[in-house]
Design a protein around this ligand. Sequence first.
Ligand SMILES: C[S@@+](CC[C@H](N)C(=O)[O-])C[C@H]1O[C@@H](n2cnc3c(N)ncnc32)[C@H](O)[C@@H]1O
Length: 301
Amino acid sequence: MNYHDPVLFTECLEGLRLKPDGIYVDVTFGGGGHSRGILDQLSDKGRLFGFDQDPDALENVPEDSRFTLVAQNFRHLKKYLRLYGATQIDGLLADLGVSSHQFDEGSRGFSTRFDGPLDMRMNPSQELDAHRVLNEYTLSDLARIFRKYGEVKNPMSIAHKIDTARAEGAMETTQQLVDLVSDMAPYGKRNKWLAQVFQALRIEVNQELQALEEMLEQANEVLSPQGRLVIISYHSLEDRLVKNFIREGRFDGQAEKDFYGNVLTPLKIITRKPIVPTEEELQKNTRSRSAKLRIGEKKND
Ligand SMILES: C[S@@+](CC[C@H](N)C(=O)[O-])C[C@H]1O[C@@H](n2cnc3c(N)ncnc32)[C@H](O)[C@@H]1O
């Protein structure tokens, strides 16, 4: 099966405005679709670093001396780039979330469609998994993640139901979770609602929003003037962080101002509105449906 079809491929490559001799980073290497597109436009002097915290992605590494795979979480972007002697970069691409490969592999526990263990780790060697979240988190912590990361209307009821069920014995599989909570879904919206419940768990397990914030801050530090930040997000929580960061250089929507009240932001907004997939792409790849691409450009110092 195909590992992953790259989303908004042409739009991302155009957005990076690649310089053939430049140094680029694809922080979500995955199946390497976007990375291969970048390499195609680089000269012999160009370099590309790919990050992925899932060792499965290693099988997609191209044989190309200009490419280096860093099998790490992108929250350590700056440290690993420094290790490889790259202190400044000309552009960074992030295509957030999980790959089709991770979704479609039932044993990873990401999908509501297959029975599997309560895992949901992108990096299989980290300790926190969905099993631990569901069986060990307090009632209020469970409610918090369903509210904050799932944006469901009934977070406390879901948390209560899980808490009551686990008193009878640990929950082990994704199917057990689906069977337990499905009847709480709003009428006619079962699949969408279950996806939100799973999304909440996945975001918590992988600390996705924290990693995104850390990566964006470091990206801003390593980008050269006129270097591009090109980010695809797939849900409103990620998109809000990306939008605020490109607009304000921070996440709370409060841009820094100078003595005279002029807004001081490190990035120029290239996309006032996010770029979304064309009808043609949506037809070909339904998984692109929630994608939003935003681009920022590092200002001159
Ligand atoms: C949507 S896929 C990217 C697909 C890729 N653009 C392609 O064309 O095949 C996201 C990938 O990023 C990885 N990933 C997500 N968050 C990460 C993080 N914080 N650090 C490192 N890798 C991450 C996932 O393991 C997954 O392989």
